[in-house]
Design a protein around this ligand. Structure first.
Ligand code: KMH
Ligand code: ZN
Length: 278
C-alpha cells in the first residue's frame, strides 16, 4: 500500500524560451534556488535540463557535471538528469549525459510526435541507455508518452533485465500533442498495462498544460506519484501564468495531503526507488 507521494519537480525543460516564461529557472543559481525552495516544501526528486549562457538548452558535459555536483551539495534531492534533452539533440550527446554521474536519469521508451517535432527514441538507443545505466548503477525513470511504450518497457526488461537497484519506476507524460491524452481514462489504461510489469512497479504522472490537474487527481486516486513543474505547465489556472515552480509543488503537496499520502522525504524516495541511502 502506498503511504507517501513522491513529488518530482521538473523546473525548466528544453522547450520553453525564457521570454515566454520569465520565472523559468535557466541559470545555475536560479536552478539551485528553485531546488532549495521546492525541496523545503516537499519535492524529493528534481528532473533536470540545463541551459547555456543564452538560456538555450544544452547537453554540455561540463555544465551537466557542475549542475549535478551543486545540486547534491546544496540539497538532498534525488538528481535525475534528462537524457531526452531537446528534440534536436543527437543520440551521442544524450548518452553522454550519463557521464555527469547522476543518481537517476530519464529513459524514454519510444519515438513520439512532439507537437510539430519528432522526439526520436529508437529501440537500439533505448537498449544502449538502459544497459549503460545498469552498468553504472544509475537508476532510470522510464518516460512513457503513449500506451504502447509500456509494452516496449516489458520487452526491454524481459530481454535485458531489471534496472540498477532492481526497482522499476515509470513516469506517464500525458497530454503531449502527439502522445496519449491527459485523461483519467488514459491513465487507467496505463495502470492496467503496468500490472504486466515486474511486481512493485511504481508510477508517477504529469499532465502537460491544461491536463495538469486532471492527471494529478487521477494519479493520486490510482495510487500513483506526481511530477509537476514549469517543464510541463506554464498556466496555474485560466488566465494566471505560473509564478514559480514552488507554486506548482505547493499545489501538488496540498493535494497529496488531502489524499492522505503526504510527500515522501528524499530518504523515503530513495528507498522507494531502490537508490542507495545518502
Ligand atoms: N524535451 C523533450 C523532447 C526527458 O526529459 O527525458 C524530452 C523530455 C524527456 O523532456
Ligand atoms: Zn524532461
Amino acid at each position: 500500500m502506498t503511504t507517501t507521494t513522491l513529488i518530482t519537480v521538473a523546473p525548466t525543460g528544453a522547450e520553453t524560451a525564457r521570454h515566454e516564461a520569465p520565472a523559468l529557472p535557466v541559470t545555475l543559481d536560479e536552478l539551485l534556488r528553485t531546488a532549495v525552495e521546492c525541496a523545503a516544501i516537499g519535492a524529493s526528486v528534481i528532473h533536470v535540463h540545463v541551459r547555456d549562457d543564452d538560456a538555450a538548452p544544452t547537453l554540455d558535459p561540463g555544465r551537466l557535471r557542475a549542475t549535478v555536483e551543486a545540486l547534491r551539495e546544496r540539497t538532498d534531492l534525488i538528481v535525475q538528469l534528462s537524457t531526452g534533452g531537446a528534440v534536436t539533440d543527437p543520440e551521442a550527446d544524450r548518452l553522454a549525459v550519463l557521464d555527469a554521474g547522476p543518481e537517476m536519469a530519464s529513459c524514454t521508451m519510444g519515438t513520439v510526435n512532439f507537437g510539430d517535432d519528432v522526439f526520436s527514441n529508437r529501440w537500439e538507443f533505448i537498449v544502449e541507455l538502459h544497459t549503460r545505466m545498469q552498468d553504472r548503477g544509475i537508476v532510470p525513470e522510464y518516460e512513457i508518452f503513449d500506451l504502447g511504450q509500456l509494452a516496449a518497457l516489458q520487452r526491454l526488461l524481459d530481454r535485458y533485465g531489471l534496472p540498477a537497484g532492481g526497482h522499476v519506476h515509470v513516469d506517464l507524460v500525458m497530454g503531449v500533442p502527439g502522445g496519449m491524452p491527459g485523461t483519467t481514462a488514459a491513465l487507467v489504461a496505463c495502470t492496467q498495462a503496468i500490472r504486466d510489469l515486474p511486481a512493485g512497479t511504481t508510477f508517477s504522472a504529469t499532465g502537460i498544460g491544461r491536463s495538469s490537474l486532471p492527471v494529478m487527481f487521477a494519479a493520486l486516486s490510482a495510487g500513483g506519484h506526481l511530477r509537476v513543474g514549469m517543464e510541463d505547465t506554464l498556466s496555474y489556472a485560466k488566465g494566471r501564468p505560473v509564478e514559480s515552480n514552488m507554486q506548482l509543488v505547493a499545489r501538488a503537496v496540498s493535494l497529496a495531503q488531502v489524499a492522505q499520502r503526504p510527500p515522501a522525504t528524499p530518504a523515503q524516495a530513495r528507498e522507494l526507488l531502490g537508490l542507495a541511502a545518502r
